[in-house]
Design a protein around this ligand. Structure first.
Ligand code: FRU
Length: 462
């Protein structure tokens, strides 16, 4: 499938990627996926098709501060060795011309069905909430998992229920009990964040069947929803916008977490208490997929519209580490996939650490300082991170945890992810230490192991 716009955009993106030179850039990451050039946000279309894991992502190659979204693409057989593939989707159709927005993948009979939102902003004096915006639901089919055979417009705003604003997006599609289901995030006219449920027999024709929300308004818009069955229970993940800060909760401009869902998402249901998935500065729009043995989550290690920034030049943002999800009661544990351990090099002394994996067990309060830039401090039931240098506006974040006894820290050149008590609570943040700043200062007590981390091997096919 190609048209004149597709062909020119393809040439331009290839040229832009080829001209990007990051040879002296110490902030480029070693074991996280990041844009070849320009801007990245949400992970999209996560799946495993035949022997390959696929990661697509929101990508604006021409502008590191955002711009019209494409779908960038990586694939891998082992989550360690990656191929950077050509852009999978360009904004080249009337129904997606202002952005190939977020979406998901369904794999069936060795074919990839990518569902996404085609964003269109009309010219004129519009507020782009109630008027002036089209959010189209689009299907793109790929037989080889690399090129898109065709795109097909499935639904327009007029096909969605009536009480909604123009904001209906980020379809997540899955198969359950011999039917297909699609959930979408939406903002109602009363500024309530909701989730719409659609049903289909053929992957093409969709019928709206239910709306899921909380009894009290919980944010004005739920972005990037996901709904999955994990170890015997349903969970609804979403990224709500407009949730008010409460103590140590919802500290970022936008939130991200999950509700346990009791009952039937197609009919009568109740949502349990919302739990945040991350307590750091930079975590948003995660998506999950099942790879045959486990449910894996990948998020955006960034935060839209935040008042803190990133000093990276000609590129911005990255994805999180790949994590598996496990359930305990109605709580989800999020912990790095076992493959991350294969990236461990030799064990190193704290003073030599720059890019590292730290496992630390303890039974007392304490404090760790990473590269003279980030302080992690904890008592029995509270952990905080504070940027003392290189936070670019990031200050302090706190999380309440009962009986803290271990942390794992994955520190890349310019990101840190902290997993408390085996993934019960997580904090993710970007940080920007100076080149000379290295080493970890650890408390005297406890038991620490630190490994130097090797990097992803990324080959380019552009
Ligand atoms: C979340 C989001 C999605 C949207 C995409 C556009 O970060 O706003 O709702 O589809 O980003 O890039």
């Amino acid at each position: 499938m190609s048209n004149a716009l597709y062909r020119d955009l393809k040439k331009l993106v290839t040229l832009t990627e080829k001209n990007a030179d990051f040879s002296n850039d110490n902030l480029r990451l070693k074991f996280h996926l990041m844009p070849p050039v320009g801007w990245l946000n949400d992970p999209n279309g996560l799946c495993k098709m035949d022997e390959y894991y696929h990661v697509f992502y929101q990508y604006s190659p021409f502008d590191s501060n955002g711009g019209v979204k494409h779908w960038g693409h990586f694939r891998s057989k082992d989550l360690i060795n990656w191929e950077q593939l050509p852009v999978a989707m360009y904004p080249d159709q009337p129904f997606d011309v202002h952005g190939v927005y977020s979406g998901s993948a369904l794999i069936e009979n060795h074919k990839m069905y990518l569902y996404y939102t085609g964003n269109v902003k009309l010219d004129g004096d519009y507020d782009y909430v109630l008027t002036g915006r089209e959010h189209n639901t689009v299907l793109a089919v790929s037989s080889d998992g690399i090129t898109v055979d065709y795109k097909k417009l499935l639904m327009k705003n007029s096909d969605y229920p009536e009480n909604l604003t123009c904001h209906v997006r980020d379809p997540k599609v899955f198969k359950f009990e011999n039917k297909y289901y699609m959930i979408q995030g939406a903002r109602t006219k009363e500024n309530r964040g909701v989730l719409l449920v659609f049903q289909s027999d053929d992957k093409i024709n969709w019928e709206y069947i239910n709306t899921i929300s909380t009894p009290e308004i919980f944010g004005y818009m739920w972005e990037c929803p996901d709904l999955f069955y994990l170890d015997g229970m349903w969970f609804l993940v979403c990224s709500p916008q407009g949730v008010t800060k409460q103590g140590n909760h919802y500290q970022n401009i936008y939130s991200c977490g999950y509700f346990p869902l009791y009952g039937d998402f197609r009919g009568e249901y109740t949502l349990g208490e919302f739990q945040e998935l991350d307590f750091g500065f930079d975590f948003y729009a995660p998506q999950t997929f099942f790879d045959g043995t486990r449910r894996i989550m990948l998020g955006w290690l960034g935060m839209p519209d935040a008042d803190y920034t990133n000093p990276t030049k000609n590129w911005q943002h990255c994805l999180t580490s790949f994590c598996t999800l496990k359930r305990s009661g109605s709580t989800i544990y999020r912990y790095p996939v076992a493959e991350m351990n294969l990236l461990r090099g030799s064990e190193i002394k704290p003073e030599d650490a720059t890019v590292f994996d730290l496992e630390y067990r303890f039974s007392q309060s304490g404090r760790i300082i990473i590269r003279n830039s980030l302080v992690i401090e904890w008592s029995e039931d509270l952990l905080s991170i504070s940027h003392i240098k290189g936070g670019n506006g990031r200050t302090i974040r706190k999380v309440d945890v009962y009986n803290i006894n271990s942390i794992r820290v994955l520190a890349d050149t310019s990101s840190v992810e902290i997993f408390i008590n085996g993934g019960l609570k997580v904090l993710s943040t970007r940080y920007y230490p100076e080149n000379d700043d290295k080493g970890i200062i650890l408390p005297e007590h406890g038991h620490a192991r630190i490994w130097e981390m090797n990097h992803f091997n990324i080959t380019k096919d552009i």
